[in-house]
Design a protein around this ligand. Structure first.
Ligand SMILES: *Cc1c(COP(=O)(O)O)cnc(C)c1O
Length: 402
């Protein structure tokens, strides 16, 4: 076996990541272990991906079963797991059609291309402007970083795709002024994840719907982080009383197996006609078999209802910690997408809390420099929350004392 360590990363990997020093080798539920068998509580969930924890036996079973049957065909043929998953997504959402990809970024790439194509087919090529929002995140392909509202991710990659405007999130007045007959899409996350766990207001979401209808623009909801049970609904839009035209899913969709999906109403889906878009691996049989099983587990009364019960426990614990250490201005987000916005005194120091937590055998996330983020397994147990929060309190005590 090749000897590897954290140092190997710096030797052989492109330096675009700076991974923490522990290398987990094994996981079960909301726990991880490194090679020396040190145990960690996982509140990071692979960045909201491992919605059913690590190595859920039913997902492992679905993967193994499919692995012995058929792995891959390409889109020259269709396959049974893709058809089954597609049917489940259509039967349980606003959508009439599905396109499968391998990641969230690719699902968004498909959504944005669809919006341009729909507008071009129906209204001419002048209708090409995409309205998006500041501090949003939509992926790392060139088109999706440009639609995303974080300039640091596009710097140095110019020339950039054009026709994209970024407005203040939740600002209705500004949106009303900016939208026009040239707008082909309005794109938003129901809860901005990477941008700091900021929820869209209900009135704002309704206004996006209204303006999209008025100006024949495609309403695209990026539910890559908020979807598949994360907020306590199958998709977060279900809490808003508003249906999008197009929705993207990934992360929790595959429970750890790479897959993404773009869901669309028929009226818009037809724009991606034969040959206009594609992916070699999109709808891969292994990925769809795992995602199909994950869908069945997540889309159940008990799992979805459990999300908000578990959130309540997190909130209670965080409130107790905050009363003692006074670090958060606000605990926000929805369901098990939980953000702790740091007080002015700790601005820029979210990563310090993450590193201190790891020293207490707890994995957490950040959402930008000022927000601590928890995105645990939807099946995280009360005991795991207690254990993890005890570790978090110790980490907070250390950072505050330092
Ligand atoms: C993670 C994420 C993406 C990108 O997904 P990838 O699988 O990394 O390409 C896009 N949008 C949102 C809201 C995300 O959270």
């Amino acid at each position: 076996m090749t000897e590897v360590s954290r140092e190997t990363f710096d030797d052989v990997m492109v330096p675009n990541y700076s991974p923490l020093k522990i290398i987990p080798v094994r996981g079960s539920g909301a726990k991880l272990w490194d090679k020396d068998d040190n145990e960690y509580v996982d509140f990071a969930g692979g960045i909201a991906v491992n919605a059913l924890g690590h190595c859920h036996p039913e997902l492992t079973g679905a993967l193994k079963e499919q692995a012995d049957k058929l792995w891959h065909l390409s889109n020259v043929f269709t396959n049974v797991p893709a058809l089954e998953l597609g049917k489940k997504l259509v039967d349980n959402t606003f959508a009439d059609k599905v396109f499968f990809s391998n990641s969230g970024g690719e699902a968004n790439e498909a959504a944005f291309k669809l919006a341009r194509k729909y507008a071009s087919d129906n209204f001419g090529s002048d209708k090409n402007e995409i309205i998006s929002f500041k501090q949003s995140f939509h992926g790392r392909t060139l088109f999706t970083v440009c639609v995303g509202g974080q300039p640091k991710y596009t710097q140095g990659f110019e020339p950039l795709p054009q026709g994209i405007t970024h407005l203040e999130f939740n600002n209705i007045e500004m949106l009303e002024k900016a939208v026009s007959d040239k707008t082909c899409a309005i794109v938003l996350e129901p809860v901005q994840g990477e941008g700091g766990i900021i929820s869209a207001d209900k009135a704002f979401m309704k206004k996006v719907r209204e303006l999209c209808d008025k100006f024949n623009a495609v309403m695209v909801l990026d539910e890559i982080q908020t979807g598949m049970g994360r907020t306590g609904q199958l998709f977060a839009y279900m809490d808003y009383g508003v249906e999008p035209d197009v929705l993207t899913s990934a992360k929790a969709l595959g429970g750890g197996f790479p897959i993404g999906a773009m869901l669309a109403k028929d009226k818009f889906a037809v724009a991606l006609n034969i040959g206009s878009h594609g992916s070699t691996y999109g709808g891969n049989a292994l990925a769809c078999a795992v995602a199909s099983k994950a869908f069945d587990i997540i889309n159940s009364e008990t799992v979805l209802a459990g999300v908000n019960e578990k959130r309540a426990l997190y909130e209670t614990k965080l409130q107790m910690i905050n009363e003692k250490y006074d670090i958060f201005d606000e605990v926000r987000g929805k369901g098990l997408l939980i953000g702790g916005a740091l007080k002015e005194k700790y601005l820029g120091r979210a990563r310090d809390f993450m590193v201190a937590s790891l020293e207490q055998n707890l994995m957490i996330l950040i959402a930008g420099p000022n927000v601590i983020r928890f995105a645990p397994s939807l099946l995280v147990t009360e005991a795991e929350i207690e254990q993890g929060m005890a570790a978090f309190e110790k980490a907070v005590a250390k950072v505050v004392a330092a």
